[in-house]
Design a protein around this ligand. Structure first.
Ligand code: MN
Length: 260
């Protein structure tokens, strides 16, 4: 069962004395954040991650998510990542797994949608429904991020092709007020954490120094500007948790961070 395997594959693939990525543990507290990381590895792709069952369920999306319902984006499910991966931005050293530059492209919260639409509209569902939809391979959810908003579906492809690993899904935007025809992801090459482009992150030697906070979150971040950004994010998370249900009315992005 996938849940029992949580994070074992993640840990097996990485050398934590070489990579700045967090080791991480399965999180006990349930939460519903999502992150999209732009990852310039062997091949540029986006990693789409939903916080669920104490881990980040993860898909590698070669062309990235789209707000255009006409786009059906291939999404390869990969190993679960620790929740502490949520705000990882920096450089994974060459000859390590996934070596290359990582940008936090989008962050926000998600909620499950009921598999049954009401009068043609999707309505919020339960975590149990989300788990069942994920297992079934037809998973509908609503995103409230800085860049991605509205209703989406992840639909598992049937293993028609020979050699198919059974990890292929399609990430599809549903029709709603947030749909954008002809959405061009390349127009949005900016980190939601640091406002830097991928090239700027790649050229910033300071990123290599960065280490994730240890579990418990009281560790020190080496890059002051990032510590600042993460502190703001933590504060926001806290406020969001207090609000408990509705996440409407979220403030727009904070002002440009000062360089370290
Ligand atoms: Mn990746």
């Amino acid at each position: 069962m996938v849940f029992a395997m949580a994070l074992e594959e993640y840990k097996r693939k990485r050398r934590f004395d070489e990579t700045p990525e967090p080791a991480g543990e399965v999180e006990k507290k349930p939460a519903h954040r999502f992150v999209v990381q732009k990852h310039d590895a062997t091949r540029l792709h986006y990693d789409f991650r939903l916080e669920m069952e104490g881990v980040l369920k993860s898909w590698a999306v070669p062309k990235g998510p789209s707000l255009d319902p006409a786009d059906k984006r291939l999404a390869m499910q990969v190993e679960d990542h620790p929740v502490s991966y949520f705000d990882f931005e920096g450089i994974i050293p060459e000859n390590n797994y996934g070596g290359g530059t990582v940008m936090v492209w989008d962050i926000g919260t998600w909620q499950p949608l009921s598999p049954v639409a009401v009068e043609g509209k999707y309505v919020p569902g339960t975590d149990a429904e989300a788990a069942a939809m994920l297992a079934k391979g037809d998973f509908k959810f609503r995103l409230d991020g800085k860049k991605l908003k509205g209703d989406f579906a992840l639909v598992k492809m049937k293993g028609r092709r020979p050699g198919s690993k059974g990890t292929e899904w399609l990430l599809i935007k549903k029709h709603d007020d947030h749909a954008v025809e002809g959405y061009d992801i390349d127009a949005y090459d900016e980190s939601v954490l640091s406002k830097r482009s991928l090239a700027e992150i790649a050229g910033d030697a300071g990123s290599k120094e960065w280490r994730s906070r240890p579990a418990g979150g009281s560790g020190k971040l080496k890059a002051a500007w990032l510590a600042d950004a993460v502190a703001k994010l933590d504060k926001k998370k806290l406020e969001e948790n207090k609000l408990a249900k509705k996440t409407d009315g979220r403030k727009p992005a904070a002002k440009k961070k000062q360089k370290k």
